[in-house]
Design a binder for this molecule. Structure first.
Ligand SMILES: Nc1ncnc2c1ncn2[C@@H]1O[C@H](COP(=O)(O)OP(=O)(O)O)[C@@H](O)[C@H]1O
Ligand SMILES: [Mg+2]
Length: 542
């Protein structure tokens, strides 16, 4: 691809490789006409010094390329006269617009615009930047909202000095990776218990629009407060209002302190929407290779696929299934492959990816969702019926999986959650069965009631991540049957009290089940004793 780049000797390029080659620059850095132009101080220099560069100067033939825009529109430009342009390299237009070379044809290069001025028209001259796109990365980016090229969108000065990190980088090779063995708690009971995520895992959040996919991802980011995990929230093709809403939520809950938000909003050039996830990934990579754990949210990759399809169709690439270009699978695979857990000698950090995927009418079997499901380590599936029934978060446990997160789950949680999951799935089946009005024997009725309590227990408001110790206490309480006597409406109250007690207690995940059980019994019984006196005197004693 880049075979032609050696036509131009390196000396022809300016200091950063993108100077318009109008004035020849001599080796040694002095201007060639220096001797004639300079006056005053330079004239007083010894003759040898002013002319020293002449000794090394050898006039040589220099070939430069100046392209010119043939047509421009819809966020792309066709350019002629750049025979040695390479795919993915930056292009600079005379009017100040910028783009990347995306497509090479016989006589034309197709460019995706990343910055477009009003003055860009046919005939504008173009030259090659000879660089890959990069984004400034580093701790200066924490708390910032930037576009995929690192330009600030929060009205503050550019995040400098920050190190450039290439958007396109190879994923770490196998020998630099470690198994996923540390948990990444999201604070969401269903996820941490039943569909756990480990650091370095790639997990999808799949579902129709409006079922709370972003809400889950935001909660997961909030749950990283105080854990040292750096977060990157990438928003692709969202309306300004929802972008602002998400940023405000993160800020209000103090999550911006350890996060960066990358935005390619709906009205942005399609090129920026296309680059946004790679920019987010690059930012996280910068921290990962320095030993930090990171969490990247892609909200969402379906919109990203659409932006890529738009660009590809405009650039006349052959459409494949559902009109997506054939390499969309490769593109997403390459992106998600970069999420991993590094071995100690390769840096030792991790990048966990939570990628949001949109389905239509719950159809997971369409092209982009199936692609993504096959290149990730599991998916959290949101269901419209659950959402309508008020079972929030509306996670369909039967259709959600985590292929590797279980290996990272703390032993205590794993032991309790395994039972809970089984109970719950059996309950759901039983519930369907009894919908037909079958008369129930006592045992079944009890199991139904227990299941209903569990469903209530797994419900959770958004923006309220639950510490993992509290989650353990709830699971133990449920598995030991301590909540069986509660009515469904009493569950939230019991949970709140248990939460308060756990947060005040020093018990840890490593304490034995018996220790926990004793404490939980004590907490629940003091609660029962305190209850009639304090709040509901008319409630029958249990
Ligand atoms: N656990 C929850 N509790 C209460 N409301 C929720 C919960 N999860 C989501 N919602 C609500 O559902 C709506 C849609 O959520 P959102 O995350 O924007 O959906 P999506 O990103 O899937 O389009 C929002 O109004 C949100 O407040
Ligand atoms: Mg959303």
């Amino acid at each position: 691809m880049k075979g032609g780049s050696n036509k131009t000797p390196p000396a022809a390029a300016g200091p950063d490789g993108d100077t318009a080659p109008t004035e020849p620059v001599a080796p040694g850095g002095a201007p060639p006409q220096g001797a004639t132009r300079s006056t005053g101080a330079a004239a007083e220099l010894p003759f040898e010094r002013t002319t020293a560069w002449l000794a090394d100067y050898a006039p040589a033939l220099r070939v430069t390329e100046q392209g010119s825009v043939v047509s421009v529109g819809d966020g792309i430009a066709w350019i002629s006269g750049l025979p040695s342009a390479a795919v993915d390299e930056t292009l600079h237009f005379r009017d100040g617009s910028r783009g990347i070379c995306f497509d090479l044809e016989r006589d034309l290069a197709g460019a995706v615009l990343l910055h477009q001025t009003q003055r860009l028209t046919a005939g504008t001259s173009v030259h090659r930047g000879r660089r890959q796109v990069s984004v400034p990365a580093g701790d200066a980016l924490l708390g910032r909202v930037v576009d995929p090229l690192g330009a600030p969108l929060d009205g503050r000065p550019p995040p400098a000095p920050a190190e450039p990190q290439p958007l396109d980088a190879p994923s770490p090779p196998m020998i630099q990776r470690r198994f996923v063995s540390e948990p990444l708690f999201t604070g969401i009971k269903i996820i941490d218990g039943l569909i756990p995520v480990g650091r370095g895992q790639r997990q999808l959040i799949v579902g129709d629009k409006g079922l709370g996919r972003s809400a889950l991802a935001i909660d997961a980011v909030l749950a990283q407060a105080g854990t040292g995990v750096h977060c990157v929230y990438v928003m692709i093709g969202q309306k300004r209002s929802s972008v602002v809403g998400t940023i405000d939520l993160l800020r209000e809950h103090g999550a911006l302190d350890y996060s960066t938000v990358v935005v390619g909003e709906a009205s942005a050039l399609p090129g920026l929407k296309y680059l946004a996830p790679f920019a987010g990934c690059a930012l996280a990579e910068h921290w990962m290779v320095r030993g930090l754990d990171t969490l990247v949210v892609y909200d969402d990759l379906s919109t990203h696929a659409q932006a890529y399809r738009e660009l590809s169709l405009l650039l006349r690439r052959p459409p494949g299934r559902e009109a997506y270009p054939g390499d969309i699978f490769f593109l997403h695979a390459k992106l998600l492959e970069r999420a991993t857990r590094l071995a100690e000698d390769a840096g030792g950090g991790s990048q966990t990816a939570l990628a949001i995927v949109e389905t239509r009418l719950g159809e997971i079997a369409s092209y982009i969702p199936t692609n993504l499901i096959s290149i990730s380590d599991g998916q959290i599936y949101l269901d419209r019926d659950l959402f309508s029934a008020g079972v929030l978060p509306a996670i369909d446990i039967a259709r959600s999986v985590s292929r590797i997160g279980g290996k990272a789950q703390p032993a205590a949680i794993k032991r309790e959650a395994g039972r809970t999951k089984l109970d719950y799935l059996q309950f759901l089946e039983l519930e369907v069965f009894t919908r037909f009005g079958a008369r129930l024997e006592a045992g079944m009725a009890r199991r139904l009631k227990r299941g209903a309590v569990l469903r209530e227990l797994l419900k959770q408001d958004r923006l309220d991540p639950l510490p993992i110790r509290v989650q353990l206490a709830l699971l133990i309480a449920y598995n030991a049957g301590l909540l069986d006597e509660l009515g469904e409406e009493q569950v939230p109250d019991a949970e709140a009290r248990l939460r308060q007690a756990v947060e005040a207690s020093p018990l840890t995940l490593d304490d034995s089940r018996e220790t926990w059980l004793d404490a939980i019994r004590r907490w629940l019984s003091t609660e029962a004793a305190a209850e009639p006196a304090s709040e509901s005197a008319d409630e029958p004693p249990t």
